[in-house]
Design a protein around this ligand. Structure first.
Ligand SMILES: [Zn+2]
Ligand SMILES: [Zn+2]
Length: 143
């Protein structure tokens, strides 16, 4: 197996492990989206999704556990494990684009985030969180 084949093969799973998948191919973009819908469906400051117009998604287990929710009258969808709620990859935009939640991957993506998008909709506390003064710990803060 060549280095490029290694880089272009990803594996991932949900929190409970019922759903597992792999992805073959190249991931094109990596966006952190701060829109209000992504804040709801991630429960956090932003979604972190990789996108590909050419990669193939193979569901290896738990296909029956996968659910999709689409916000009515929008292009926003949320694909998740019905047991544990973890976001999962899905084909979007009429199947033309594969969207992969970065946190669902069990290995490192070969690219870094390209852009923070919908910053006009960001949570009020994001600018504090992005500031250099916030404390960082390798694990939990000391008791
Ligand atoms: Zn699960
Ligand atoms: Zn969004």
């Amino acid at each position: 197996m060549s280095d490029s084949e290694v880089l272009n093969h990803y594996s991932g799973s949900c929190l409970c492990g019922d759903v597992s998948f792999n992805i073959e191919g190249h991931l094109d973009h990596f966006f952190l989206c701060h829109c209000s819908r992504c804040r709801k469906d991630s429960g956090s400051a932003h979604s972190a999704n990789l996108f590909s117009s050419t990669a193939t998604l193979n569901i290896l287990s738990g296909e029956d556990k996968i659910r999709q929710y689409s916000v009515p009258n929008t292009r926003h969808g949320h694909t998740f494990c019905s047991t544990c709620g973890s976001p999962l990859p899905a084909r979007i935009m009429g199947g033309k684009v594969l969207q992969v939640p970065a946190g669902s991957l069990d290995n490192d993506p070969a690219l870094k985030p390209n852009a923070l998008v919908h910053m006009a909709s960001r949570a009020c506390w994001v600018d504090d969180y992005r500031s250099a003064s916030i404390m960082m710990f390798d694990g939990l803060p000391p008791a």
